[in-house]
Write a protein that binds this ligand. Structure first.
Ligand SMILES: Cc1cc2nc3c(=O)[nH]c(=O)nc-3n(C[C@H](O)[C@H](O)[C@H](O)COP(=O)(O)O)c2cc1C
Ligand code: SF4
Length: 460
């Protein structure tokens, strides 16, 4: 009992913070956060309804044309906020439905275990009805009968808030049979995971939901064809789904206009910063905001620190340099620089931080979280950890850096079942590219413990 109480307290103490006051946010410019309160308390149903809540569900279900929702999302170019940036409208247009097809599932990916990422938690803890509204629209567009919120196990406060909001929505007729008199039925449950990073991969998530071991599935078939329990299933990130209500209410042109001429990607984005900055936290900003603008909002680096590198969107993205701060942070621009926008939450690395030690830490995380299905990931990642630890202690050998290059290349895109291994390779490859001299400094001439076992299987 004591453990539970302490965990709940910790969960609340570390809540995500939006650092824009209410007076700076409006419905026209901040579709994700304009309803949030300055005191950080959850927006419950009464307040949500006073602030246009469930109006897009009323509009879309009243029009009775699920395909129109998909067309609007496609036109708005809503790109998935879970990391890959896949078009939500395109994904929904590929879900099998009609004819003899059984009604399937709408699954919200709320696993959020990417190191440095804390955006979905803000939305769930402070504005649960926006997510529920987005899920109803997603379910209607995809003819889903039932919804799951697959929630990171440690997010106890999110579970508490979501469950209360789901009950409010049910009691008011926004969930359950015949929603708002439309004849459409849909309900949602929260499924708390057991706390594995790989459960965030959409097909591993589906296996986990079914009560199986969380190994990713081979694709095809894609979840939209055969997902949870063999039925058509759509998996979307929390922030992606939270974008849908405003797109439906205000239209594709309005959504596109939110990012102005910064980028071709429409809408706004929850950007954030962690690391040694004055004000770590979150901001809802136009898509395509630059890293420098975000860093300025965070008050810059704390005294005594200068910027060495930064990750644009979680541990599985590639390191960028100070010279990249002026780039618009959108999916394609960051991709062209050899990184990924990922979750859009910046991790700042100061000059004082050893890249070798940092990489050892990150790869230990990725090695531990590997599901063990593919050889380069299961065996290669622990090997990188052993080499990195040796380099950190000045006990590396000639050839170690080339071996790290090779192990990372073996984890590249298309060589493993899922994107976990490429995600582990990208920060390592970019660290080796930009900061190779730091790794070279760890090479010694004497033979160290890192080299005594050929392959350190399961050593991490
Ligand atoms: C190892 C791994 C972990 C992932 N974790 C998450 C996660 O926590 N949340 C998330 O939305 N997507 C995560 N993804 C991406 C999902 O597989 C999937 O692309 C995403 O949920 C789709 O939603 P979106 O199209 O709305 O972005 C992860 C992918 C991998 C390979
Ligand atoms: S890449 Fe890693 S996490 Fe993904 S399926 Fe292979 S072993 Fe599992």
């Amino acid at each position: 009992m004591t453990t539970t109480i302490n965990s709940q307290r910790d969960s609340i103490r570390y809540r995500s913070r939006l650092l824009q006051p209410e007076k700076e946010r409006s419905a026209g410019t901040h579709p994700l956060t304009w309803r949030l309160r300055d005191d950080g308390a959850a927006v419950w149903l009464d307040e949500y309804l006073r602030k246009d809540g469930y109006q897009s569900v009323r509009k879309a279900l009243g029009q009775g044309d699920p395909r129109a929702i998909i067309a609007t999302l496609k036109e708005a170019n809503v790109r998935g906020r879970g990391g890959a940036g896949f078009s939500a409208g395109l994904k929904w247009s590929l879900t099998l439905q009609g004819g003899d097809m059984p009604r399937g599932y709408l699954i919200c990916n709320a696993d959020e275990m990417e190191p440095g990422t804390f955006k979905d938690r803000l939305l769930m803890e402070q504005q649960p009805h926006l997510l529920i509204e987005g899920m109803i629209l997603g379910a209607y567009a995809n003819n889903a009968r039932f919804g799951y919120i697959f929630l990171r196990g440690e997010y106890l406060e999110s579970a508490r808030v979501l469950n209360r909001a789901l009950q409010e929505a049910r009691d008011a007729g926004w969930l359950g049979p015949d929603i708002d008199g439309s004849g459409f039925d849909f309900d949602i449950v929260v499924h708390s995971g057991a706390g594995r990073y790989i459960c965030g991969e959409e097909t591993a998530l589906i296996n986990s939901l079914e009560g199986k071991r969380a190994n990713p599935r081979a694709k095809p078939p894609f979840p939209g064809q055969s997902g949870a329990w063999g039925k058509p299933s759509v998996v979307n990130n929390v922030e992606t789904l939270c974008n849908v209500p405003a797109v439906i209410l205000h239209g594709a042109d309005w959504y596109q206009g939110l990012s102005g001429d910064r980028t071709d990607d429409g809408g706004s984005k929850l950007y954030g910063v962690s690391g040694p900055v004055h004000r770590p936290g979150l901001w809802e900003l136009p898509m395509g905001t630059t890293g420098q603008e975000i860093l300025d909002l965070a008050g810059g680096l704390r005294d005594g620190h200068t910027l060495k590198a930064w990750l644009p969107g979680g541990a599985s993205t590639g390191f960028l340099l100070p010279e990249h701060l002026e780039l618009p942070l959108d999916f394609d621009t960051v991709g062209k620089e050899g990184s990924r926008l990922g979750t859009g939450l910046l991790t700042v690395v100061p000059d004082s931080q050893s890249m070798v030690a940092l990489m050892g830490n990150l790869e230990a995380f990725f090695a531990r979280e590997s599901c063990g299905w593919c050889t380069p990931c299961r065996d290669g990642l622990p090997w990188t950890v052993k080499l990195l630890q040796a380099l950190e202690q000045g006990k590396g050998e000639p050839g170690d850096i080339e071996l790290l290059d090779k192990l990372a290349a073996d984890c590249g895109p298309g060589l493993t079942f899922c994107a976990h291994a490429p995600g582990a390779a990208m920060p390592l490859q970019t660290a080796l590219k930009h900061f190779r001299h730091e790794f070279e400094q760890g090479i010694s001439r004497s033979r160290g413990p890192a080299h005594q076992d050929a392959i350190p299987l399961g050593s991490v």
